[in-house]
Design a protein. Structure first.
Length: 587
């Protein structure tokens, strides 16, 4: 039986032209050889499996070749090339710095450098994993590396350039090898499969390339493993089963469930994934990658960053067109948070389910009847106030102030012009808490349309002005506050801790204790006014937030200045310390 040679060794590049994915580096090296401008030391750095040691060997072989081709490639026929191919060259030395990292090892190398080559032009020393050398060994190597004999060339290779001391870096020409792209790896795997007589699906090779994470050596090792599993026919199904990779379809299905707010279907899908033996954190990482792909697929300028099989590109573009950018960014953030906190969770399946429920909470499915009512309101808006019938055109814009469908059996809509609005308490059955919870998920597009509608109303001067009392105001103010009870407790405390004062002209005045509370109120002022105007059917409502300090001085200090004054009041030595050291309060 013939000895099996792994594909990573069997198909290892032997010329610059066969190196995969590093054309800029190979072209630079070939030009240096052509122009006879070779440096005395090279440093090849980059991630694993991208061709550092391979390029070092090709460079060593090429500069000693006696009959270079016009393409600056070794001829493979001269004595130097033949001896190199048989691993019997006396001019090329390879040193593993991981196991030869002491000063004594470097001294032996320096002693060898003093002896000129017996045949050929150069003696080449390839030092792999050079970052493993000790500090003393680096220092012993400095002088030889800076002023070697004309016939000596050093090629250093490392995966961790940051561990090499600066004095070594300054004496080398540095070449940074990049991760090999998914397309280049898939193309090379197809070439290897053709040479080995293996029929492989493109999607299967794409999954192998993604799994290799930019390393061609890893990709070839995975390829050999899968060929041993499935024989000479490599299918997409066999690859995802053997590599324990989640099918892309799971992510597409989960995204559809989250878009629809169908948390029940999302939980069932999670149960199916965990039941198939997949790790929860693996799923969260893949889900985050899926939303990242959706984000880059939304724009033609970033679509090139989509590293998926060609058959899935159209699927990504199609689903990306159904998702708003805000939704994708929110899902990315929540998936990333869940992934970071996964290891610390005691009950990991529950942690995963809670993460999915939080993602679905922002897009809870709306009943069909509500959708129909909202659509009807947008297409045929009706103003429930005492506007004459001839004011239909301006009234169309004012209907956009409503955040939800209004009761169909409203007496004002039935009676027509001149009918008064029913008491605000009659509308308490609108499930205010649920609307407040969904209030923050209104899309940016909808908010922009609402702002545009508000501006049109102001120009028309035809806005609803239904009277209301302080009892109605307090009821809806409290309902709005409840929406922040869990997500923003400090804001909820500010809203619920005070009562707005109703002044003539529908002007509201709300007092806060400090600047922090004032900033919080200003951040949600637009949403609060929109909510109150729509619920109270009065577009003339305005709000003024004022800072009123308590005379008894028992207000809680929030800002750094307040905290300093509080401490200085208790202990005057704090003020004295600040003055003596000329300190300033950090804002």
């Amino acid at each position: 039986m013939d000895t099996f040679v792994v594909s990573a060794r069997k198909y290892r590049p032997a010329t610059f032209g066969t190196v995969v994915g590093q054309s800029s580096i190979t072209n630079t090296l070939k030009n240096a050889i052509r122009n006879e401008q070779l440096a005395q030391a090279f440093l090849f750095c980059g991630p694993r499996g991208v061709g550092k040691t391979t390029c070092a060997r090709i460079l060593a072989k090429t500069i000693n070749c006696q009959q270079l081709t016009p393409e600056i490639e070794p001829c493979n026929t001269c004595d130097s090339c033949v001896s190199f191919n048989r691993s019997a060259s006396f001019n090329v030395y390879e040193l593993d710095a991981a196991s030869n990292n002491s000063v004594e090892d470097i001294r032996k190398l320096v002693d060898q450098v003093r002896i000129p080559p017996q045949a050929g032009k150069y003696k080449i020393y390839i030092i792999d994993e050079v970052h493993m050398l000790s500090l003393a060994a680096f220092n012993a190597f400095l002088k030889t590396l800076e002023e070697p004999p004309a016939y000596a060339k050093f090629i250093l290779a490392t995966t961790e350039k940051h561990k090499i001391i600066p004095t070594i870096l300054s004496r080398c020409q540095i070449f940074d090898f990049k991760r090999i792209t998914v397309e280049d790896i898939a193309t090379h795997l197809a070439y290897v499969g053709e040479k080995e007589g293996v029929k492989a699906e493109k999607d299967a090779l794409q999954v192998i390339a993604l799994k290799a994470d930019g390393s061609l050596r890893d990709a070839l090792s995975i390829f050999d493993q899968l060929v041993s599993f499935s024989g000479n026919e490599l299918s997409y199904k066999d690859v995802i089963e053997n590599l324990n990779v989640l099918d892309f379809e799971y992510y597409f299905r989960m995204t559809d469930h989250l878009l629809a707010g169908d948390y029940r279907a999302a939980l069932l899908l999670i149960h199916e994934i965990l039941g198939n033996g997949f790790d929860g954190q693996h799923f969260l990482g893949g889900l985050g990658e899926h939303f990242r792909n959706l984000l880059v697929a939304r724009d033609a300028s970033t679509a090139a960053l989509l590293e998926v099989a060609e058959s899935y590109r159209q699927r990504y573009h199609q689903q990306a067109s159904q998702c708003e950018e805000g939704f994708i960014l929110k899902m990315l953030d929540q998936a990333n948070r869940a992934d970071m906190n996964y290891k610390a969770a005691t009950n990991k399946p529950l942690h995963l389910e809670i993460a999915i429920l939080q993602m679905a909470a922002g897009n809870l499915a709306t009943p069909a009847e509500d959708v129909k009512k909202k659509t009807a309101d947008l297409q045929n808006p009706v103003i429930r106030n005492s506007q004459p019938a001839t004011a239909a055109a301006p009234a169309t814009k004012s209907a956009s102030l409503s955040t939800g469908p209004k009761p169909a059996s409203s007496p004002s809509s039935a009676a027509g012009a001149g009918a008064e609005k029913p008491a605000a308490k009659a509308r308490i059955g609108l499930n205010l808490d649920s609307k407040i919870a969904n209030h923050s998920t209104v899309s940016l597009k909808e908010k922009e349309e609402e702002k545009e509608d508000d501006s049109v109303e102001t120009e028309a001067g035809d806005m609803p002005e239904t009277p209301f009392n302080e009892e109605d105001l307090q009821m809806y103010w409290q309902a709005f506050s409840n929406g922040f009870r869990d997500e923003k407790p400090s804001l909820f405390s500010t809203l619920a801790g005070g009562k707005p004062v109703l002044n003539p002209g529908w002007q509201l005045r709300f007092e806060v204790a400090n600047r922090v509370q004032h900033m919080e109120m200003e951040s949600i002022k637009a949403d609060l006014l929109h909510f109150l105007r729509s619920k109270l059917d009065n577009a003339h409502i305005s709000l003024q937030v004022e800072i009123v300090k308590k005379e008894n001085g028992q207000g809680k200090p929030y800002t750094p200045q307040d905290k300093f004054k509080h401490l200085a009041g208790k202990n005057p030595a704090v003020q004295e310390l600040k003055d003596r050291l000329n300190l300033e309060i950090d804002y």
